[in-house]
Design a protein around this ligand. Structure first.
Ligand SMILES: [Fe+2]
Length: 331
């Protein structure tokens, strides 16, 4: 038994020291006197438990009411905010609508080769196909100045043209919702039908109106055929590069896309048809110590090429200005 007594004695000594420290701390706080502690000890000896005066019942009920109201208020306030944040995240991704966060959590870790030593885009004039070939499949961001300024779309494509085109082809508007993809970004439009139903005053972002910025994919064959009459396949892309049967349109005022990665199978090109747009590019977080973020802007007539699968990217349109772009993939 002596073997078991020693650990017990050591534990009692340890406990006694801890209680002494606690005793000193309680007295040191000034909130309890030695006399009050003595009284509590006497009561403990009388009936075997330390009695702490119970809060008044009314006070406890009030505390519960306040606590309950605070939780209810939090739910009422937080639910719409969480909903907005999730909607924004979902509305910003370029593909794979329902599992952006899963993709982000499971994407391969970058080896940082794509961004090491890159401090900005390569800026060229209007290169020929042969001149562009060495850079065609690079992850280095590239701007080709004035490469698409000859496209009829730079003059003919605008909000009114798109509204009229979608309005006259039966089923085209609904196809964006059911088969294509609509991105409302920060605007309050839920569908392309909402976009084309706004007042002319707001469409032109006249004084006092809210800015808007939206994007969608053109997967309706007839719409795609009509629109592609206004812009050719970019002349600088390699002949063997595949392009999807879907192009994206982005247009609107002031706003843009928050930082994100695209979960798309190919490289991306974007033609700046109207207005200026600024881009922010950032390496993936695991490359932060080796690579740099940077910004650049494109002007009407420019083509921009970015591997948006590797570079986090966000865009914004300068205050008060309108931007219209066509975007697609190649690879
Ligand atoms: Fe994107």
């Amino acid at each position: 038994m002596a073997v078991n007594e020693e650990p017990r004695r050591m534990f009692e000594v340890f406990l006694q020291r801890k209680l002494n420290v606690l005793h000193g701390a309680v007295l040191g706080s000034g909130k309890v006197t030695e006399q009050e502690l003595l009284e509590a000890y006497r009561q403990y000896q009388d009936d075997g438990e330390i009695r702490v005066p119970a809060p008044d019942t009314t006070e406890r009920n009030n505390q519960r009411l306040i606590f309950g109201s605070a939780i209810l208020l939090f739910i009422l306030v937080a639910t719409p905010l969480i909903s907005i944040v999730l909607e924004q995240a979902i509305a910003t991704r370029c593909l794979v609508p329902n599992n952006y966060l899963v993709w982000e959590a499971t994407r391969p870790i970058s080896d940082c080769d794509f961004c090491r030593g890159v401090h900005g885009p390569l800026i060229f004039g209007n290169l020929t196909k042969e001149e562009f070939r060495p850079y065609a499949y690079s992850s280095q961001p590239i701007i080709l100045k004035n490469a698409i300024s000859h496209w009829p779309a730079t003059k003919l494509l605008n909000y009114t043209f798109l509204r009229d085109l979608y309005g006259k082809i039966p089923g085209a508007l609904d196809s964006v919702q059911s088969d294509c993809q609509f991105l409302h970004f920060k605007s309050n439009f839920l569908t392309l039908r909402d976009v084309f139903s706004m007042s002319q005053s707001r469409a032109e972002f006249r004084k006092g109106e809210l800015p808007w910025y939206v994007g969608w994919s053109n997967c309706h064959p007839q719409i795609l055929t009509e629109l592609r009459k206004l812009y050719p396949r970019p002349h600088f892309l390699p002949d063997d590069a595949e392009m999807p049967n879907t192009d994206f349109i982005f247009l609107g005022y002031e706003q843009g896309a928050v930082m994100h990665l695209d979960y798309i199978p190919r490289l991306m090109w974007q033609a700046q048809l109207r207005g200026n747009k600024s881009w922010v590019l950032a390496p993936t977080p695991e490359c932060d110590s080796q690579c740099k973020s940077f910004t650049f802007y494109v002007e009407p007539g420019d083509a921009v090429l970015v591997d948006t699968r590797l570079w986090y990217h966000g865009t914004y349109v300068p205050k008060g200005e309108f931007s219209l772009t066509i975007q697609s993939e190649y690879g």
